[in-house]
Design a protein. Structure first.
Length: 547
């Protein structure tokens, strides 16, 4: 490593993985075996309250900074007409070297609101990860006190908005070193105003189309440096409005100019692409960028969204999950924030056309050096077969394998028993919960049991990175890492939020396949500082320390 580059390496807990020249895929649900017995409740009573269609998030957060990612599960709540019973509540499970132990009560994080989503970030700059839970109703911000204990501070922090919140993400949008917060809002729904939707002649009630409800304005909260926030969305150019019903959110450097931009997947209207002017103010380029509409110029029912370099050109691409009869949409970045709808070219139109996609995550499932992805599917209308006999409420989750950056092939049938069941899928969060270098999947199912899909494939070479940034952003949210191994370039970003209502593992996993020799890495920290070097390690998680 060059002497002028200061980077500290520390081996984190890791288990050995067998190397194989031809990696195989296999995922198996080990939730109960590893200590997780959780069933999501949405309060459904037959009255078809619209809020019941979207709940089902959560994700990974290392609450005690021990190198083992912990799990947060978001639940729904009782609704008018629900059967009496104990109030559903959220749960936090601490990771004890691959076994998950419920510490909800001791941690003080068992919210009983109508939960939606989850994102992690250090809100108060004390070096510990906090997290936000979005609700239909006041959101909850949990401040990490250390020792896996939390304090609920949403009201004091200025983020306890009572509207219907969905996706969220932390990130330093104004470049002052602390983390700001974007929260997407969905629809103006109230229980007392629930309209009748469905077939009156047959007396069949159904959940309404989102167009029955006006959209809400998103929030862009600016951090004052002490963990208190002010909503400055309008002043900074955020134009979500009556026709916009936001779900998935990305805070990421879309145009690679060193500041964080914003992507919002909207349900039924133009997706928003907010370009940062470098001062924390934004221009809406959803239309001119090509990433707001599909190739036919149509707005789609955007749900989840993820970001990753799928074709190996050093630019991050965007994948948005959509409603049935639309297909999911892959936008390839061609440079200068110009995107091309490459859905058909990459073979993705037909496999997703009849499903309703929600959670989505790019990850290297087989560690061969390119980004694959998984999708959680499920129809929002639980009696859809009464209206369309070819559709169903329970739908398969899907896995797509990257074919050398040229196209994707569906690998669901070869992915093992974890991909066999049909579920009412919602959130999906990637994370290596057992530290064996094979990325696992947390699957959040509406009205269904949580599933932890352990990656049991044969594996290949890999290395993982945990970035250790400055005190105000210790997890280095917003950083960019470039890796080159055996002539192949890979790109990773540290992302808060993303997907659909979920938080992925903040560590960066890089599959290496059979690549031998040293790895060259270049890291751009959130403040723009760059470090680089070489590394000749495999099969370990490594700390990269800000210097």
């Amino acid at each position: 490593m060059s002497q002028r580059i200061l980077a500290a390496f520390a081996l984190l807990p890791a288990l050995a993985v067998a190397q194989a020249s031809a990696a195989t895929l296999r995922f198996e649900d080990v939730a109960r075996e590893r200590g997780v017995d959780f069933t999501h409740e949405d309060g459904s009573s037959g009255l078809k309250h619209f809020v019941e269609t979207a709940s089902g998030g959560g994700g990974w957060i290392d609450v005690d900074d021990d190198g083992w990612i912990d799990l947060y599960l978001v639940n729904g709540a009782r609704t008018p007409g629900s059967a009496p019973g104990p109030a559903p509540r959220n749960r936090l499970l601490r990771n004890r070297e691959g076994r998950l132990e419920d510490i909800t009560d001791a941690a003080g994080v068992g919210d009983e609101g109508y939960g939606m989503g989850f994102c992690a970030g250090d809100a108060d700059g004390d070096g510990r990860l906090d997290f936000l839970v979005t609700n239909y109703g006041p959101d909850r911000l949990y401040r990490n006190l250390g020792g896996a204990r939390f304090e609920q501070v949403a009201e004091a922090a200025g983020v306890a908005d009572p509207r219907w919140s969905t996706g969220c993400a932390f990130g330093d949008v104004d470049g002052d070193g602390d983390l700001d917060l974007y929260v997407a809002r969905y629809a103006r729904f109230r229980f007392e105003d629930s309209p009748f939707c469905g077939d009156r002649a047959r007396g069949i009630r159904a959940y309404c189309n989102p167009s029955a409800f006006r959209g809400e304005v998103d929030s862009l909260y600016i951090n004052d440096g002490r963990g208190r926030f002010r909503d400055e969305a309008a002043a900074r150019g955020i134009h979500q409005g009556d026709e916009d019903r936001g779900f998935g959110v990305l805070l990421v450097d879309l145009d690679d100019d060193g500041d964080l931009d914003i992507y919002v997947a909207n349900d039924g209207s133009l997706n928003r692409v907010y370009r940062n002017d470098g001062q924390g103010r934004f221009n809406d380029e959803g239309l001119i960028s090509g990433a707001g509409l599909n190739a036919r110029g149509l707005a789609e029912a955007g749900m989840g969204v993820d970001f990753g370099d799928v074709d190996g050109d050093g630019r991050g691409d965007v994948l948005v999950t959509n409603y049935s009869m639309e297909s999911n949409t892959l936008y390839l970045h061609r440079g200068d924030l110009l995107y091309e709808d490459a859905t058909a070219a990459f073979g993705l139109t037909e496999p997703s056309f009849r499903h309703v996609g929600w959670g989505v995550q790019f990850f290297d499932a087989d560690a061969d050096g390119d980004l694959d992805y998984a999708i959680a599917n499920g129809h929002p209308i639980d009696n859809i077969d009464a209206f369309e006999s070819t559709l169903s409420y329970l739908q398969p989750r899907q896995l797509f394998r990257n074919e050398a950056g040229r196209r994707f092939s569906e690998a669901t049938a070869a992915a093992g028993p974890g991909f066999e069941p049909h579920r009412s899928g919602r959130g999906l969060a990637a994370g290596d919960f057992d530290n064996d270098g094979r990325v696992d999947l947390a699957v959040f199912n509406a009205r269904g049991r949580f599933e932890l899909l352990q990656n049991q494939g044969s594996g290949a070479g890999w290395v993982g990175f945990r970035l250790r940034g400055p005190a105000a952003n210790r997890a280095a949210i917003g950083a960019r890492l470039d890796i080159e191994a055996a002539g192949r370039r890979q790109l990773r970003h540290v992302l808060s939020g993303g997907g659909f209502l979920t938080q992925r593992d903040l560590r960066l996993h890089v599959g290496l396949g059979d690549a031998a020799g040293p790895l060259r890495w270049r890291l751009r920290w959130p403040d723009g500082k760059e470090q680089s070097g070489e590394l000749d390690l495999r099969g370990r998680y490594v700390d990269l320390e800000y210097r």
